[in-house]
Design a protein. Structure first.
Length: 83
């Protein structure tokens, strides 16, 4: 599996970005508050770890937040590494 071949889906109503691979799902969750976004959690199932999926989700989420001109915050340790 090449992480560059994976599709990121933005589930706006559920406040998350996901990558579906088979029955497994990698997730970046967030909360919105007016002009602020708080990235709250990243999760990659054990069988998909080490393939760059969490990093891909975080970059995508941060790019989206910047394009929406949101103030970015995080309570997720993994996202904090990218800020």
């Amino acid at each position: 599996m090449n992480p560059n071949d994976t599709e990121i889906i933005h589930l706006i109503d559920e406040h998350k970005f996901v990558i579906n691979i088979g029955q497994a799902q990698a997730v970046l969750s967030y909360e919105l508050f007016d002009d602020r976004i708080n990235f709250t959690r990243t999760f990659v199932p054990t069988e998909l770890r080490g393939k760059g999926l969490a990093e891909k989700l975080v970059h995508h989420g941060l790019n989206w937040a910047n394009s929406e001109k949101l103030i970015i915050e995080t309570s997720c340790w993994y996202v904090r590494k990218f800020l």
